[in-house]
Design a protein around this ligand. Sequence first.
Ligand SMILES: [Zn+2]
Length: 199
Amino acid sequence: MLNDPTLVLNRSWVAITTTTVWSALGLVCRGAARVIEPETCITYDLRSWSDLLPREGERSIRTVQSRIRVPEVIVLTEHDSPPRRSVPFSRRNLYRRDSYRCQYCGMGQTTAELSIDHVIPRCRGGKTTWENCVLSCIPCNVKKGSRLLKEVRMRLVAEPEKPHWSPCLLVSKANRRPSWGQFVNEAYWGVELDHDNDP
Ligand SMILES: [Zn+2]
């Protein structure tokens, strides 16, 4: 549970990253952050937070003297806007960016039925980048082969680009807390970034 993710807001209450519960407690302990109670939006330092008793069925951490509620959201008190992490170029994030859909025919597929295709083939100088890699289903991949789109009269569903940073990209769906919803831009949650069959 100490390795579960905690959402981190900057001083303007904008979600900027996630950290582990353990690190979040460390920040709160040092006074660098305060815990936000998601229902009331009241902020707490470590002492006042540990005075709040865990509610029935709520996740909590056992301490020497009592139980402390798991901080799901914290707000930084010191830094105005620490640098955002850029989205790592990874297989998992590429699948999320393309919403598990073939970018040529638009069909949604399972992970096993999709592969990563270079729009400009590597043998023709195409790079392995966000802008040149897309998900492709097997039939589209076979049809395209190592040719250019115009040579096979195929089109992309959307122009591939580097995704905008989102806290969701760092945490799998199963590990996101419902309480984060109110702190994270609606647009982030509206886009289907995730899938249960993560590669
Ligand atoms: Zn396809």
